[in-house]
Ligand binder design. Structure first.
Ligand SMILES: C[S@@+](CC[C@H](N)C(=O)[O-])C[C@H]1O[C@@H](n2cnc3c(N)ncnc32)[C@H](O)[C@@H]1O
Length: 196
């Protein structure tokens, strides 16, 4: 089964469904992807569907509960074989993934329904973003959903923005996508594509 076979355009309510639209565009059977923040496993499940029988996904989270919830979701969909789940910080990305990938996905912040004090942090996010660039295949993308609104979110936003705006335009296409009719501090999406 490959998710691209039964694609329905999602309602674009915020950056997460927008990121899903990009995932559908960029991933095909046999591709490889990283979910840098598994959380409740929704994104990991989508990635696992999109890479098909011949692809692979690596999923990271520092919370055991997040890994367990993601594992449960994958097992229910019978897609566990396509995913390596790592109870580890994404700042260790390059130690665990040694092949080129088409997509690295970050959905920053805290796990919905979980402990809101466990959030992604500027230093570790910054390190993981930098490592992601080294893993991307030509034309591949890093997608980052940024949440400036929660406690600690602004610091992380400033790290991510500094990183993205400093990338050499000859090597990277960088996009910032946010809704215009939402409150200041609403989440938005960054996309960085490696020039082919
Ligand atoms: C917004 S949630 C992710 C939502 C998820 N993608 C989904 O589909 O449900 C952010 C997750 O990042 C995790 N996280 C925080 N710091 C991390 C780190 N250094 N490495 C990997 N995951 C981290 C949190 O534990 C939390 O589960």
């Amino acid at each position: 089964m490959n998710e691209t076979d039964n694609f329905t355009i999602p309602a674009l309510r915020g950056p997460v469904p927008l990121s899903h639209l990009f995932l559908h565009c960029f991933l095909r059977d046999g591709h490889r992807a990283v979910d840098a923040t598994c959380g409740n496993g929704h994104d990991t499940l989508l990635l696992a569907g999109l890479v098909g029988d011949h692809g692979h996904v690596w999923g990271f989270d520092i919370q055991q509960q997040a890994i367990a919830e993601t594992a449960r979701r994958l097992a229910e969909a019978e897609l566990s074989d396509r995913v390596t789940l790592l109870h580890s910080g994404h700042e260790e990305l390059a130690q665990h993934v040694a092949v080129q990938v088409q997509v690295v996905l970050f959905n920053l912040g805290y796990r919905p329904g979980g402990d809101r004090t466990v959030i992604t942090r500027p230093e570790t996010t910054g390190s993981a973003l930098e490592q992601s660039l080294g893993l991307l295949a030509a034309g591949g993308i890093v997608l980052v959903t940024v949440y400036p609104g929660h406690s600690g979110g602004e610091d992380e936003q400033s790290t991510v923005e500094k990183w993205a705006s400093g990338l050499d335009p000859r090597s990277w296409h960088c996009w910032r996508m946010g809704q215009t009719n939402v409150a200041p501090g609403a989440p938005y999406l960054l996309l960085v594509q490696k020039v082919s």
